[in-house]
Ligand binder design. Sequence first.
Ligand code: SAM
Length: 245
Amino acid sequence: MATETCTQAYGEPSYWDNRYSNESGPFDWYQKYHSLAPLINLYVSRHHRILAVAFSEGMVDDGYEDVVNVDISSVVIEAMQKKYCNLPQLKYVRMDVRDMSEFETCSFHAVLDKGTLDSLLCGNNSRENATRMLEEVWRVLKENGVYILVTYGAPTYRLSLLKRTFSLIKLHVIDKFVLEKRTDPPKWDLLKPVPFDNDVRPLETMLGQNPDVHYIYICTKDSIQSVIAEDCSLKTDQKYDVAVE
Ligand SMILES: C[S@@+](CC[C@H](N)C(=O)[O-])C[C@H]1O[C@@H](n2cnc3c(N)ncnc32)[C@H](O)[C@@H]1O
């Protein structure tokens, strides 16, 4: 059985302000961009408008043209604004992902998340905060847009939460420690989704106990779901009834 541990402080904005005040960049968690790039390229076109609740250092070098980065910590947002002031393709905005009302509905082709949902799941009212974030992600995505979540959360801990909002979900895995110049082949094929169904136990058996991987969930805002939600003006929990398989 996979286990999940986290520190409650990760859910507190003041924790991140303090941490960023005392650390120098680059602030890139879990995986460097170049390790994830082949997968991002697979799902996100370079001219798409992207919302990064992650710091997408490296994306502009890879040809992405319009990336809006958000974070609740003003310390890190100011540091990144300064660092990338010469790159108009990158914008940095201080924002709470639980309320992204500054952004219009259906305004991004893709949302990238590396560690932010995980942080919210560590704090007080974690479930409620995570749900609010996912509702906002779903709202700002265009139809057929993708939410790409890079996380340490195994399917046991993430799938039921994601399925409340997204009905189409694929899973990829990547070794936690991707070496710059590796000689051995990676254990997992990043570009090949890992099959799973409602019962995730066979999947977790296949991955092994506490595997050294990060999980990457590709959640699509499918058009049928959007039409039903808009046409019927569904309330949040009614929308969940539609979204859950
Ligand atoms: C593990 S770090 C990941 C940093 C970054 N996303 C990356 O790609 O490396 C978690 C980030 O979530 C941010 N965060 C925590 N709660 C947030 C919230 N409610 N809204 C926006 N960002 C939040 C923290 O400030 C922190 O930068």
